[in-house]
Design a protein around this ligand. Sequence first.
Ligand code: BGN
Length: 258
Amino acid sequence: SAKPNTNRSVTEKPLQPCQEMPSGLVGRLLIEFSSPMSMERVQRENPDVSLGGKYTPPDCLPRQKVAYGIYIINQYGEDTFNRAKLLNVGFLEALKDDEEYDCFIFSDVDLIPMDDRNLYRCYEQPRHFAVGMDKFGFRLPYAGYFGGVSGLSKSQFLKINGFPNEYWGWGGEDDDIFNRISLNGMKVSRPDIRIGRYRMIKHERDKHNEPNPQRFTKIQNTKMTMKRDGISSLQYRLVEVSRQPMYTNITVEIGRPP
Ligand code: BGN
């Protein structure tokens, strides 16, 4: 006597690829920081997110495997901040979790997107998402700006040897990344200025992130430095990996300026 077939993978219809533009987007979002947001509320409103901030659409087959997880990369200790090196760490640590990730979105922690049509996926060319930030009057501060939030596929990222590890303190590392992209024959792609809008969470001036006086000369030398300085030369020491309900918190020791 044949048992009823309870094996889901045999009985369920194969999932259809997800739509190019997901249904249920609302467009402009009301972003204001006057009422406090709690992690509990974020959790309650995102019940499909699992431990470590991982998510996969329940009803369709994703076309890309964006690091479908949220990783916060936290610099250990009190030495000078190094944004681009932390982003490199995020790339490698996410891949340690899942070697199938093929798209990486790199975001400053203080930027909140104001429109859900600004899709966090990868594009034919490296993507600059944060084209309209409130502090710049919702415009690009200059044509070659690549700061705030950006996204590269795994192959685009590897083509430019990742991001520079040698920008200590504020400024220039995003311009170096822009140079890497151009020097490798790629072009930055961007959303419409009406869609790529962001609000920055107000905060006091960061400690240990003074403007880097070397940045002006460093961005002149990307062509030479990018071959040796990047994901290929990245060195760091993992201090802690902590899986929270909505994100994975990674603390790393990345050294200090020479
Ligand atoms: C630029 C900085 C960027 C920064 C933007 C916006 C430099 C390099 C020497 C000119 N670049 O001037 O890193 O994201 O301003 O604040 O300082």
